[in-house]
Design a binder for this molecule. Structure first.
Ligand SMILES: O=P(O)(O)OC[C@H]1O[C@H](OP(=O)(O)OP(=O)(O)O)[C@H](O)[C@@H]1O
Ligand SMILES: Nc1ncnc2[nH]cnc12
Length: 271
């Protein structure tokens, strides 16, 4: 199994507050005790380096922009600044629900992001910027297919696919897709299930990026990766909105992992 690593590129690894905001949307109110800059047991402070912008091969993700000797390109630096500002806003929109859907689970509710159109737009911008750090911008990323996991991966997967000039293919819970399907069972943070993909949904050798909202134990994502490979896809990476640190789900994945936000350094009942 691959292990996680810290990014050695400080300009893209912290959720610092930027005074300029290239995304053009007001940053969160930092005076709010529940705002993005508040250090809570659930979320690291904004000043703490973000360990999530990493791959799973113990190397920093190389930017695909031209890099001038001794530093980032102007485009890469602008992208890093925009990404950092957006992360602050995304984090402040998340809500936590203890003991949902079962005792001991601290549920991270991402839905408020989607009810605010400017934030929803920023999420897509951040995901595209994050993809660009590894693969290049838009169509240059060379992603053929974005695979989204039912159901929250359907909220932004298709839109991200369009922005990358890629197609979208769903992974669904068992019994929802017609025709011949491949099936993979898995265990997630609060239960067990089966995922399916339609045979023929991916052409042999197509470059596939798997996206979902949250990686917890990594069980769902690992099963999706198994299905993509069964269909002949080339799995180039995973992209999540959020990672629950204490569960170390990325250790189950054998392709590069990128996440916008990290949280829950410890289990709920250990706090
Ligand atoms: O890393 P894991 O422990 O596998 O957990 C992560 C998965 O759990 C949630 O999905 P859920 O099955 O609750 O479905 P939903 O998106 O339909 O709510 C989440 O959206 C991920 O897909
Ligand atoms: N703690 C959690 N919050 C939201 N979605 C999840 N999926 C798996 N674990 C989760």
């Amino acid at each position: 199994m691959a292990s996680s690593s810290s990014n050695t590129n400080p300009s893209s690894s912290s959720e610092h507050i930027s005074s300029s905001n290239p995304a053009g949307v007001p940053l969160a109110d930092l005076s709010d005790a529940h705002g993005a800059n508040a250090a809570t047991a659930d979320h690291p402070s904004a000043a703490k380096p973000d360990p999530t912008i990493t791959n799973n091969s113990n190397t920093a993700i190389p930017p695909h922009h031209h890099v001038a000797a001794g530093g980032q390109s102007t485009a890469a630096a602008a992208g890093s600044t925009a990404l950092a500002g957006i992360k602050v806003n995304l984090r402040s929109a998340l809500r936590q629900y203890p003991d949902f859907p079962s005792p001991g689970i601290l549920f991270e509710d991402i839905m408020p992001i989607f009810s605010q159109p400017k934030l929803f737009a920023q999420l897509l911008e951040a995901l595209e910027l994050q993809v660009a750090t590894s693969f290049g911008s838009g169509k240059d990323a060379g992603i053929d297919i974005v695979v989204g996991l039912e159901s929250r991966g359907f909220l932004f997967g298709p839109t991200l696919a369009l922005r990358l000039g890629a197609g979208f293919v769903p992974v669904r819970k068992q019994g929802k897709l017609p025709g011949d399907c491949e099936t993979a069972g898995y265990t997630k943070e609060y239960g067990q299930d089966f995922f399916q993909m339609q045979k023929g949904a991916i052409q042999s050798g197509q470059r596939v990026l798997i996206v979902d909202d949250i990686i917890a134990t990594g069980g769902s994502a690992a099963a999706a990766g198994t299905l993509v490979r069964k269909l002949g896809g080339q799995l180039v990476g995973y992209l999540f909105l959020m990672e629950l640190d204490f569960l170390k789900g990325r250790d189950k994945l054998d392709a590069p992992v990128q996440t916008l936000l990290s949280g829950q350094e410890e289990a709920l009942n250990k706090k």
